[in-house]
Write a protein that binds this ligand. Structure first.
Ligand SMILES: Cc1cc2nc3c(=O)[nH]c(=O)nc-3n(C[C@H](O)[C@H](O)[C@H](O)COP(=O)(O)OP(=O)(O)OC[C@H]3O[C@@H](n4cnc5c(N)ncnc54)[C@H](O)[C@@H]3O)c2cc1C
Length: 373
């Protein structure tokens, strides 16, 4: 039987970053993934680092998101230094394009909302926006510049995080499916694998949208997959510097010249097939935002599964089983929320207290909701 201080179920960017933080704090950490780590949502993502809420329901997570975005430069520097690998971190801001006839009114509402939440946002006229990003459509009416937002190549980041975690002493076990938690009374003793048990003082569940399929975990992590289809384009004579958004699509430039476009949000179970409808939707919206993309080559299409929770907020922290901690439900913001999640889980495990109010993200909130009807 293996023993370690902390055992982590799931080797996405979240499990990897927690392993890195804890290993750097001197703990013996083991990560178990049923396949090669980093092949699910953390691979499929667009890697936008934007604390701005996509809808009113996400406002509850803005403070957490701001904290994570602020940690990013230091986190990336640490990961790149330890791993010796680049992460494609681009701190160039993002531009939200507005096309409607009511764009002027929309603009003041968006700016006021951002400023009310303590987020930097500047109004741009159509000409000013096109001066910054000449490929934007002529149909543009106005735009919002969010100068502090950024993006990262999530595939490079995840690989670098695992390299850094291993170099810091964490042990990674691929092809090791976790069946369930090892429960003894009110205590979690570790994980149950296919052919062995792993004993640990602390057990962290970070299996993304699959977390609820691990036996003994579903009450704390009622997560479901939210499929997102993406497309990567390559256009030799067209340059985009910043992440561009419209209400239908985002475009994310990568250092290697690819332009990512996405993404759909579909509730179709654990299905990762790319569909004609998904590709059509992404292409049409991408060309509407940047018409020059009609001549671009399609380099890759893929789909991934975001871990969505019942209230769309992350599920973080201790449970009522001693030693069992959740780190899942990051939905559309798991790349953004990676540094703060790793920090909070490490603080909980090493100090049993955290530097941020995370009650609203508690894994116990779903049981309380059932109890109160
Ligand atoms: C199309 C798309 C676009 C996105 N865009 C953005 C974005 O721009 N910005 C942003 O911040 N976020 C974005 N996200 C969300 C973000 O990618 C996720 O929230 C984040 O990657 C979740 O990371 P994770 O480590 O929790 O899960 P995952 O990366 O899914 O990792 C879970 C791991 O657990 C393993 N596992 C599952 N079951 C078991 C088991 N029983 N035993 C052992 N291992 C198991 C899996 O193999 C996997 O490696 C996007 C997601 C998608 C799909």
């Amino acid at each position: 039987m293996k023993t370690c201080d902390v055992v982590i179920a799931g080797g996405g960017v979240i499990g990897g970053a927690i392993a890195l933080e804890l290993a750097r704090a001197g703990l013996h950490v083991c990560v178990f993934d049923r396949q090669k780590p980093g092949q699910e949502a953390s691979w499929a993502s667009a890697g936008i680092i934007s604390p701005a809420p996509e809808n009113p329901g996400m406002i509850a997570a803005v403070e957490l998101a701001k904290r994570s975005a602020a940690l990013y430069p230091e986190f990336v520097a640490m990961v790149e230094e330890i791993s010796g690998q680049s992460t494609g971190y681009r701190r160039k801001g993002t531009i939200q394009a507005l096309f409607s006839r009511e764009a002027k009114e929309e603009l003041s509402t968006i700016i006021a909302l951002h400023h009310g939440l303590g987020l930097k946002a500047e109004p741009l006229g159509a000409e000013d926006a096109r001066e910054l990003e000449p490929t934007l459509s002529d149909e543009l009416e106005a735009a919002v510049l969010r100068p502090e937002e950024s993006s990262i190549d999530n595939r490079l980041l995840t690989a670098a995080v695992f390299e850094a975690a291993q170099r810091s002493g964490a042990e990674i076990f691929p092809a090791s499916r976790v069946k369930g938690i090892w429960r003894e009374g009110a205590r979690c003793r570790g994980l149950l694998l296919e052919n062995e048990n792993v004993e640990a003082q602390w057990t962290v569940i970070a299996a993304g949208c699959f977390s609820g399929t691990i036996e003994g975990v579903s009450a704390y992590a009622p997560v479901k997959p939210a499929k997102g289809q993406m497309i990567a384009l390559r256009a030799d004579n067209l340059r985009i510097e910043r992440v561009l958004w419209s209400e239908k699509i985002y475009l994310v430039p990568r250092d290697d010249g690819r332009i990512l476009a996405g993404a759909t949000v579909e509730y179709v179970g654990f299905d990762k097939r790319v569909t004609a409808g998904g590709v059509e939707r992404n292409l049409a919206a991408a060309i509407e935002l940047v018409p020059g993309l009609k001549d671009a080559r399609i380099q890759e299409t893929w789909a991934g599964l975001r871990p969505d929770s019942a209230d769309h907020l992350p599920i973080l922290g201790p449970t009522d089983l001693h030693g069992l901690v959740m780190a899942t439900g990051h939905f559309r913001s798991g790349i953004l929320l990676t540094p703060v999640t790793a920090r909070l889980i490490r603080e909980w495990i090493t100090d049993q207290k955290v530097s941020l109010d995370w009650e609203r993200f508690s894994p116990l909130r779903f049981q309380r909701a059932v109890a109160t009807g």
